[in-house]
Design a protein around this ligand. Sequence first.
Ligand code: GLN
Length: 483
Amino acid sequence: MNLAELTVHEAGDLLRRREISAVELTEAVLARIHEREPTIRAYITVTAEEARQQAAAIDARLSAGEDLPPLAGIPIALKDNLCTRGIRTTCASRILADFRPPYDATVVERLRAAGAVILGKTNMDEFAMGSSTEFSAFHPTANPWDPTRVPGGSSGGSAAAVAAGEALAALGSDTGGSIRLPASFCGVVGLKPTYGRVSRYGLVAFGSSLDQIGPLTRDVTDAALVLSVIAGHDPNDSTSLPWPVPDYRRALTGEIADLRVGVPIEYFGEGIDPLVAEAVRRAIRRIGDLGAAVDEVSLPNTPYALPAYYVVAPAEASANLARYDGVKYGLRVEGADIWETFDRTREVGFGPEVKRRIMIGTYTLSAGYYEAYYLKAQKVRTLIKQDFDRAFERFDVLAVPTAPTVAFPIGARVEDPVAMYLTDVFTVTVNVAGLPGLVVPCALVHGLPVGLQLLGPPGSEETLLRVGYAFEQSGDWKAVRLP
Ligand code: GLN
């Protein structure tokens, strides 16, 4: 048994039974990182020494007879847009290449308090803008299923690390699909929680009305375990919801016969690889076989979600990224005066995709264009939300594909922004509406993984995890994961 290949709950059981030590587990994962990183390049920073010390501290507590919570001693990776005190947090950008935050993000604080072992920081598209992890200022990440292909993005480093055994679980962030798309492309489970379910304090902001942090894991049980730790109200994030946090694992009953599952027709139309569509339809039939009532539904405004997203997200990004000017922190390139210093810092510090977003966002927010673009996009957002509200009067859950294709070859879409943006056509909808979405691997197509995406109303994470778990357990789920 290679310890690096365990799920969080399997490893946790072995740790608490003292059959393995936290140091052994961490060493196994560090050895896997050492072995696989030359090809995969999932990490920007590996904090091996700190991880060893944290693991040793957990072993000491276990030896003292302490009863430790589920994530204690579990090696976990963090996307590099989550602030870690004293540890480089780059957002895969030159402008933050040497940034060491003075504080931990709330999710990091919660993981540490739960005894998780932090392995390091994973690669991503610069400032989370992208769908392939090719827009990292440092290096691309390879898909562990086929290193000539992308892992998806922007949390591609986190998904690839989990798929390759370079972490037992990871955190990512999802503004328009950045957890769910890489989960689908890498054959792991990814959960984008309801907007507000998880505190964004210490997440470097991209689109503040869209961003959420969530887990990438090997199975649904692990996603439930991680969500239980990171969810909850945080006074430091005024948009975090004051709802109590359930023990999400208790939702995993295996029973779904009481549920109604809707299949939105707009997600199976033009542009989707017919084999991907067929694989997802097969998965939905299996959910029907488990007793859920399955029926079709229409969400007529779906085609407007992607254009609305690509107005709102750049607008918010252009405002959020105004703070990188070389004055308080980050890269500074001196000019003749302060204005030239701003210009040079930003010219050198940002990559081309980030510059494109700042320009689009500044344009759509400027006087005379605001009403035509930003305001209109916000109205479209309401229409999308109303489509979902109507659907959730009839259905508990909607089942859809995650992306129109399997993982594409490295380089295939970097020159064509619209082709890259179209990758997100099935994922941006839930961010635009603030809903949760869960991706569970469901099939191999062209030898590559495909994820089934389950969507629910705000706060329905327990229902989504329940359906995801029942689906996962009803088949040979290990066949659609890398060993
Ligand atoms: N691919 C989308 C974008 O580029 C979503 C990114 C994300 O979810 N962070 O904006």
